[in-house]
Structures are given as C-alpha cells and as structure tokens.
Design a protein around this ligand. Structure first.
Ligand SMILES: NC(=O)C1=CN([C@@H]2O[C@H](COP(=O)(O)OP(=O)(O)OC[C@H]3O[C@@H](n4cnc5c(N)ncnc54)[C@H](OP(=O)(O)O)[C@@H]3O)[C@@H](O)[C@H]2O)[C@@H](O)CC1
Ligand SMILES: [K+]
Length: 510
C-alpha cells in the first residue's frame, strides 16, 4: 500500500533516513535529480533541447542535478536560476558549483531560447516548499512554461508542478501544467487528489533512498493510495465444494415507483459481485418492476404505503433474518420518519450495513441515529449528500474532502466512502485511502447504486469493513475504466459497469 505524505511528513521521512540509515541529504538530491533527468530524456524528441528552470530551494537543487546528468549524457541543455540566487540552500549551492564544473552556467531567464516540439522543459521552480502564490519573475517563468507547452514542448515537473500546493492539491494562480511529474520518494496529496492530479499529468514515483521504514517516523494524518494488489488480495477464493450459502445473502432496501431501476442495479451489482443470494425489500407497488429486471432477483413486499417510517421496522427486521449484509437507500420513498427507522433498524441488527442515497439524506436530519448501530456501518455519500450530512455546501465539501471524510468517519465510528473523482475511503481508526481508478464517464445516473451493490456483496461474503469498501471502490472504478475503452466516456452508462465488473473479476481470478 502506497503511503501519501504531506510536506511536513516528507521532511520527517528525510530526517529519519538521515538518522536511521545515515543517508546524506546530498545523496537524496542526487538520486532525485538523476531520476528527473531520466524522465526528461524519455520525453524528448530527436535533437530536442532541455530547458531547466530552477528555483531558490531544494527543488531547484534537483533541477541543477538533472541538468548536470543531461549534460553528461551529451544533450543540449540551458539552465536558468530564477529569483534571488543569494537564497540558495547549501545543497543547491553545491550542485550549482558542480554544474559549473561541467562547463554550464545558469543564464538569465529573460534571455532563454524559445522551446517547442521535441524540446523538454524541466520545471524545478518550487516543490513541497511552496508557500504562497508565485509572483513577479516566478509568475513570468510559469507563464513562459505554459507558452512553450502550447508551442509543443513537453513539461516535466520536479516533485510537484510549481504553483501547486503539495498538501491540498489546490493550485495557486499561476501554476505549471505538466506532462509528467516525477514524485520523489513518496507520492503527495497533490499527485493523488483533484484538481492537482490533473495538473501533474503522468505521475512517476521514484525511490531516492528514503526507504520505506522512514515513514514510521512520520506524524499526523495517515493517507494512503489504494493499490490494485490490495484490492485483489481481499477477494475470497471460490472453492469447488462451496454453494450459494457460502457467499452470503444481501438484503437490498431500495426502489419506489419511477425508481425501480435503482433497486435493480443495486441487486444486479451485488449478484455480479459474488453474493450467493440477493433479496430486494420494497413497497408492493414497486416490487414486480424491480424483479422483472432479472430472474435472479428475489423480493419481499413491504406492507403499507408511502414513505418508509417506523411502521416498517418489524417487516424490515423480519426481512433481515438470515441475511449477511444490508444495503439501504437508492430510490427509497423518504419521509419524516425514515431517519428514525434507520436508527432503530441499525440498533436491532449486527450484520454490516451500507447506507446510500436517500438513506443518507434521511439520517442527515439527525446523525445521532447512527450511534445506535450495533454492527459495522458504511456510508457512501456523493459530495451533495456529504454536504447534507455535514451541514455545509457542496463547495465546502470539495475544498476539504480529506478532512470532512475523516471527521465524519471518526466522529460517527463508521467507514465513509466520499465519492467523486479520486473517491476517498475514510476509516474510523483515522486512515484515509485515495482510490486511483474511475473516470469522468462514470458521472452518470446509477453508478452509485452499482457501487453500493458491490459493497453489499463483498460484505456479505465476509470481507470486513473497511477493506471491503476499498476493494469495492477500486473494482467499481476499474470496471468503469475497462468499459470506457468500449463505450467512450460519453457513452458509458451505469449498467455497463455490471459487464465491467465481470472483466475485473476475470482479471483478478487469474
Ligand atoms: N524531502 C526530501 O526528502 C527531499 C526533497 N527534495 C526536494 O526538495 C524539495 C523541497 O525543498 P524546499 O523545502 O527547499 O522547498 P522548495 O519547494 O524548493 O521551495 C522553497 C523555496 O522557495 C521559496 N518560495 C516558496 N514559495 C515561494 C513563492 N511563492 N515565491 C517565491 N519564493 C517562494 C522559499 O523561500 P521563502 O519562503 O523563504 O521566500 C524557498 O527558498 C522537494 O519538493 C524536492 O524537490 C529532494 O532534493 C530530495 C529529498
Ligand atoms: K517543481
């Protein structure tokens, strides 16, 4: 599992590498600069020139090392030190001397030759040490990088595109847009969260000698990136002598007239994700329509009419008998008592529960009902639903995704899946995982219903929370990525994910 480190944590890891393994910081910079040079070389056209822009800190030092390696390899290189050279760090100064020893001196930024197709610009202005919006000559330099890129040059960023804030993934204006970003040692939030991730281009993480053990010394937030191996390894093996009872029975409480497709998609996603049996509980008027979608779906009618309320408690408790997981929410008829019903239901059951869509909107009216839960609970809000849960705007949620998801998970003692580009999985224990799969084609109705079905199926098969959530989110995104290759981002619809899930499991069962 890849650790994602903040700027402060990077410094702690660096210190630990120095103290524990005697790694000199000059050697870390040497390794970083060499990897940067390699990435730059991989982007150059025949005879292309390298323009290396260096800032006053250690990020600039990495650029100076890269320039030296490129020169040593016989490339045409021009280097510029932007800003006050009097502020150079000791390591950067040493590398400036070394570069001059190779016969190349930095030029004034204003007199650099133009860059275009085949050329590569190395952006080593600022890395994790960026503190404020770039102004003056730095803003000019970033503007020039953008112009060269428009003219056809490729841009490789050292560690973080300059202008992008490493910890928040929020860009200042201006900010470099890179084709490739070489992440030194560990990936940072800027690489993994939007909008930063889109500004980084292709992220290539390289080892520079920090060592995995160095993360033991870091304090504060525990952020990780979900890896395919972690997701795949969570899946239960299907033994030859097993039967449908081995793989759990999911109860889906979903659907209402006009929204029977939501219930069907949850149920089908659960069936396509290995659940042994799936039963949908819904109002009698909606039930035949839900079941008509597929003969594998079983159903129970909830007596009564209108919104779900306290009067439905006994019927739901009966429906839950013998079930291994509950998924509740998509398309349910919501009313004033729905939140209280959910609280009472959670208080009466021990199997894991997934709350999605209108179940979330219902509990948002009084979050205390979640504290009654006896079993593990997973909430799967999209940013709008999270805004209702948190009592703030969607914009606020998006600006603080990690903090909001983590706060909700720890304060309510639940697992939270905050959907959106780079879906987050926040655990009550304090860890937050960033999911790398998925695409903009999945921004279409019903994909969330499919996700809740996958979650329910994995829980019913005995994968515990929060791991089931990480695996479900990864698989769901990968299903979208595989299907986008056939449908295009424009053509992708939620039921395609049911096919895509099949491709994911095939790939993982090999
Ligand atoms: N950690 C590790 O293990 C390793 C880290 N390495 C590398 O070090 C990088 C971090 O280096 P860093 O800490 O020196 O910070 P960096 O990004 O160069 O910037 C700081 C300088 O910029 C300045 N400055 C900031 N904002 C500004 C603005 N808006 N406008 C103008 N100036 C501004 C700031 O000055 P001040 O704030 O005092 O004005 C200071 O001079 C990291 O990203 C990686 O590339 C590798 O070498 C290998 C091992
Ligand atoms: K940079």
């Amino acid at each position: 599992m890849q650790r994602v480190l903040t700027a402060v944590q990077m410094r702690e890891a660096e210190k630990a590498a120095q103290e524990q393994h005697g790694m000199p910081s000059g050697l870390l910079m040497e390794n970083a600069g060499r990897a940067l040079a390699e990435a730059a070389r991989s982007l150059a056209g025949p005879g292309g020139r390298f323009t290396v822009l260096c800032g006053p800190g250690n990020n600039g030092g990495d650029g100076l090392v890269a320039a030296r390696f490129l020169l040593e390899g016989g490339a045409r290189v021009v280097v510029s030190l932007v800003g006050d050279t009097g502020k150079l760090t000791p390591e950067a100064k040493r590398n400036l001397q070394a570069l001059e020893g190779f016969g190349e001196s930095p030029r004034a930024f204003e007199v650099l030759p133009e860059a275009g197709p085949g050329d590569v610009v190395v952006d080593a202005l600022f890395g994790t040490g960026l503190k404020r919006a770039p102004e003056g000559v730095f803003a000019d330099a970033i503007g020039t990088v953008a112009r060269w890129r428009r003219a056809g040059a490729k841009v490789v960023a050292a560690d973080v595109p300059s202008g992008l804030q490493s910890d928040t993934a929020e860009p200042f204006t201006p900010c470099v847009e890179a084709d490739v970003t070489v992440a030194f040692g560990f990936v940072k939030p800027a690489h993994e969260l939007e909008p930063g991730a889109s500004l980084c281009g292709d992220v290539r993480r390289v080892d520079i000698g920090l060592g995995g053990e160095s993360t033991r010394a870091v304090s504060g937030a525990e952020l990780f990136r979900v890896e395919e191996k972690d997701a795949r390894d969570a899946l239960p093996k299907r033994r030859a002598d097993s039967h449908k009872g081995t793989y759990g029975h999911v109860l889906v409480v979903a659907g209402s007239p006009g929204k029977t497709g939501a219930a069907a998609m949850v149920a089908l996603a659960a069936l396509r994700s290995g659940a042994g049996l799936v039963t949908v509980a819904t109002r009698a008027e909606a039930l035949p329509w839900v079941m008509a979608h597929s003969p594998e779906i079983m159903g129970v009618a909830l007596p009564g009419e209108g919104p779900l309320g306290k009067g439905d408690l006994e019927a739901l408790k009966a429906a839950l008998e013998g079930k291994d997981a509950l998924v509740m929410g998509p398309g349910i008829p919501r009313g004033p008592e729905t939140g209280a019903l959910i609280g009472d239901l959670l208080a009466s059951m021990e199997v894991p529960a997934v709350l999605d869509a209108d179940a979330l909107n219902a509990v948002a009216e009084d979050l205390k009902v979640l504290r009654q839960a006896k079993g593990p609970v997973l909430l799967t809000p999209h940013p709008g639903e999270m805004a209702r849960l948190w009592g703030r705007t969607t914009k606020d949620v998006q600006a603080h995704r990690v903090g909001v998801a983590l706060n909700m998970a720890t304060s309510l003692n639940v697992t939270v899946v905050l959907k959106g580009s780079r879906t987050l999985i926040a655990e009550a224990g304090g860890r937050v995982y960033i999911n790398p799969t998925g695409n903009a084609g999945m921004a279409t109705g019903g994909t969330g219903d499919v996700l809740s079905g996958v979650c329910g199926a994995l829980l019913a098969q005995g994968i515990p929370l929060p791991r089931a959530a990480r695996t479900a989110v990864y698989a769901h995104g990968l299903a979208g990525d595989l299907m986008a290759q056939q449908r295009g981002l424009m053509g992708l619809i939620a039921t395609d994910l049911l096919v895509g899930l099949g491709h994911v499991w095939t790939r993982w069962e090999r």
